[in-house]
Design a binder for this molecule. Sequence first.
Ligand code: UDP
Length: 316
Amino acid sequence: MDAPSLKPTSVITGGSGFLGSHLSDRLLKEGHRVIAIDNLITGNVANIEHLAGNPDFKFIRHDVTEYIFVPGKVDYVWHFASPASPIDYLRIPIPTLKVGSLGTHNALGLAREKGASFLLASTSECYGDPLIHPQTEDYWGNVNPIGPRGVYDEAKRFAEAITMAYHRFHQMNTHIVRIFNTYGPRMRLNDGRVVPAFIGQALTGEPMTIFGDGSQTRSFCFVSDLIDGIFRLMMSGFHEPVNIGNPREMTIREFGEEIRRITGTQSQIEHKPLPVDDPKVRQPDITRARKVLGWEPKVEFDTGIRETIEFFRDKV
Ligand code: UDP
């Protein structure tokens, strides 16, 4: 039998997804043992294949809406499993609801059983189509519960509620990060989100599909900055939600222009209908993250987006 490891052990649900795989890399660098759990609905083993053979890394294919069994000690549970793209919520609405509700319940149960700290990957979608701007954590949001995005937004809002209940009722050490739009290598080329969509279209010369008139705004954070904020949050003693994202806001039209400029593409612009309940604005207020975690994003948009474009170059 293996001698018990002195290294901290982290379980990551959604461990082979875009964020889960970057988190795995970071935690291994921090000297953790990492157990990544994923049912591969939207995750991809290619994201973690570079970790195969690493004695501190283990992958378990499992759907966390079913009971999660992990032998041995666990110090941290990072609950990242969930579809995260609007077209995925439309394609798999019920698994989206289940992983945010049943999956979060199981992940909290695992953390409680092991006496582990817990972190929920929540989302700026909790604010819905926001009526205050930029969004602060004390804003309760403007969500349509029965719209097509409601399956994600409400599942994550439920996930926040049950996480706070476990904190208050079971005195668990829990954390909630509200993740704003994040980009970087290992996004899925065809996941439908604007970053891979525009880059893929620009690299192949296909028309770039702007939904609506492109005046809606988003604020894009590079993945290494996001992971750093999340790591700090787990190690903190702070239990209320914290926004992590980059406040640099731009319209989707401006984002398209940036991609055109950097890739030098000849792609034309094609307008498509705006999806139902598409938020008109989104920008994180990161005052709390600055104060509580001493965190703010560092990677310039130009640097991050060039690295992301390079990643996609041989994927198209
Ligand atoms: N969008 C777009 N063209 C695309 C994909 C998305 O114009 O091919 C828009 C979308 O309507 C939204 C913004 O880009 O206003 C960001 O969409 P994304 O799917 O990346 O995520 P969201 O921030 O809406 O969750």
